[in-house]
Design a protein around this ligand. Sequence first.
Ligand SMILES: Cc1ncc(COP(=O)(O)O)c(C=O)c1O
Length: 424
Amino acid sequence: MFWAVANLIGLQDEFVLKRFYEPSLLSRCLMTSFDYLTQRQQSLREHKRFRNLVARQLDGVHVIDPDGRRLLNFGANDYLGLGMEMRGNEGRQDGQSLGNADLDSRVTGGSGASALLSGWTTCHERLSNQIAELEETEAAILFPTGFAACSGAVSALAEAGDLILSDELNHASLIDGCRLSRAECVVYPHRDWQKADHILQRRRQEFARVWIVTNTVFGMDGDLAPVDHLQEVAEKHDASVIADEAHGTGVLGNDGSGLCDALGVKNRIAIRIGTLSKAVGSQGGFVAAPRVVVDHLVNHCRSLIYSTSLAPAAVTASLAGIGEIRTRPERRRRVQKLARHVRSELSIAVANDLEASVPIIPVVVGTDPRVIEVSAQLAKSGFYVPAIRPPTVPEGTARLRISLSAAHETKMVDELLFAIRNLM
Ligand SMILES: Cc1ncc(COP(=O)(O)O)c(C=O)c1O
């Protein structure tokens, strides 16, 4: 047995083999102790912060719990109801199917290779062209996930000698991109464009290039980045904004391309990242940018080059989703209207009507045990509303995160509001 293991781990050196003969050393080497992980998890459990996966079934606008409970789902980012519709032509209020020919040719199976090998198909090309048209950029490139698009793009663009200014509530994928790049990273207070301006007034000349990296819609707060002001700051200091429209695509803007369009800076913010996994109803991510930037990513972005390209099924579903976003503005109008209704009923303060129409609505509860309790009570009443706890959100601000979809009927939303009011 020992020899088999020794061969397996490539121990040819006689001296090493002799030492491994000692049983205690052998067992110490082969049986790594994970007690430290057990201890950490115990502490998470004590603080009601341990997370585990729950295998639910998706059923249109509902989810079915392992114990068979059918709950109205207010936890998905399927803002336009496209994902649930494509999973089974269900959840649509007018009873029609999506009617897009692309869906008929839906395929399963992976693409088999990275984009630079045989993994970039005519279908991928068509989708990237459609995204570039929606975004009005010279080009777009696809990624296996939105996370890969954000972390990959930021780390491939920002270099040693550069500065990144990053909003303190940016998504983990942007933060990881900052960490992976060799640029100096300065985190500015949430949405504080004046602070960003101030930092650049003092330090701009120290750096070759400066990047201002921000979510456009913040996923746990449902509030908006001042991308118009950030772009002005960038122009003043010869910097570039990288805007992550993950929660904006399909939901905001006249054309459905996101917040940059809604605030009139779409054609000034050169690099916009999006996900295909939320309002588009599929899976994957993209970067829309000038051709030279896309070419740079194709040549230098590690999460693009060293990862299998987007699965054809996801490409096909994304084509259908982008098509719907471009041709059916009534979907986003509906979910925006629901969002304004919920915010007004729960008296949630917002800066303006645009912010009121974001379909992510946090209900801050406070402590971890309390938010878990409220979420469990809502489940008993037939609603799935996830409890979001630190470290995803700051200490003391554990919250319910209500995520709305155009597929929710007003009656469903009113029932949820009634249940929340009864509990709080
Ligand atoms: C702001 C933001 N960016 C990027 C992502 C990653 O997107 P994806 O889920 O497609 O990997 C998310 C997902 O939650 C997000 O909220």
